[in-house]
Design a protein around this ligand. Structure first.
Ligand SMILES: Nc1nc2c(ncn2[C@@H]2O[C@H](COP(=O)(O)OP(=O)(O)O)[C@@H](O)[C@H]2O)c(=O)[nH]1
Ligand SMILES: [Mg+2]
Length: 213
């Protein structure tokens, strides 16, 4: 399994609205979490940062913003309605983690709208990863793993199912992004090759049961 970003030693930076504008400008890899309200974006970040899962809606309206090594990660909050993310945010992002909830069909159906928006406003070479979150709740699953895979293939983006609760594939998502951004920044014609989709496919874990539902 993938290891190595060591986020837990880093302090959190509280930023109202998760605004990138509140962070000092830097050459960091900027990573933004997107997806409908309730899909688990904030929990996903807290699991990565602290190794903890917080249930409930305590942080529903506040985004968090923190750094891990050279990644700067921010969360969108209160902007999850379609076309409500400030377009400047997209411009600054080098990578986007796009989440849906495998127990919520509309969050999955909205992924196409999110991708349309991303293609309109984000940097052309932005790294996108599609994540089907809450994979631990197999009893309430309404979106099959294959459906996520098919959609991801259609858009040419890597895909995994994740759980902000158990931590499944959470660190891997950031590790894959970090590797891809680093690879791009160091790219040389004869240099080593890195394919984010192959990396994710070779490292990702599957939910323990019922993924064929
Ligand atoms: N079972 C389970 N619940 C989750 C998971 N991720 C988030 N949740 C719950 O889903 C709700 C919304 O999570 P939150 O992070 O606030 O979503 P956000 O609006 O996208 O930031 C909360 O009640 C979380 O406890 C997960 O992976 N598994
Ligand atoms: Mg949130």
């Amino acid at each position: 399994p993938a290891q190595g970003l060591g986020p837990r030693s880093q302090g959190a930076v509280q930023a109202p609205e998760g605004s990138p504008a509140s962070s000092p400008p830097s050459p960091r890899g900027q990573v933004m979490l997107l997806g409908d309200s309730g899909v688990g974006k904030t929990c996903f970040l807290i699991q990565f940062k602290d190794g903890a899962f917080l249930s409930g809606t305590f942080i529903a309206t506040v985004g968090i913003d923190f750094r891990v090594r050279w990644l700067q990660i921010w969360d969108t909050a209160g902007q999850e309605r379609f076309r409500s993310v400030t377009h400047a945010y997209y411009r600054d992002a080098q990578a986007l983690l796009l989440l849906y909830d495998i127990t919520n069909k509309s969050s999955f159906d909205n992924i196409r709208a999110w991708l349309t928006e991303i293609h309109e406003y984000a940097q052309r070479d932005v790294v996108i990863m599609l994540l089907g979150n809450k994979a631990d709740v197999s009893s309430e699953r309404v979106i099959r793993s294959e459906d996520g895979e098919t959609l991801a293939r259609e858009y040419g983006v890597p895909f995994m199912e994740t759980s902000a609760k158990t931590g499944m594939n959470v660190e891997l998502a950031f590790l894959a992004i970090a590797k891809e951004l680093k690879y791009r920044s160091l790219w040389q014609p004869d240099g080593p090759h890195f394919q984010i989709r192959d990396f994710v496919e070779s490292q990702k874990k599957q939910p323990s049961c019922c993924s064929f539902l």
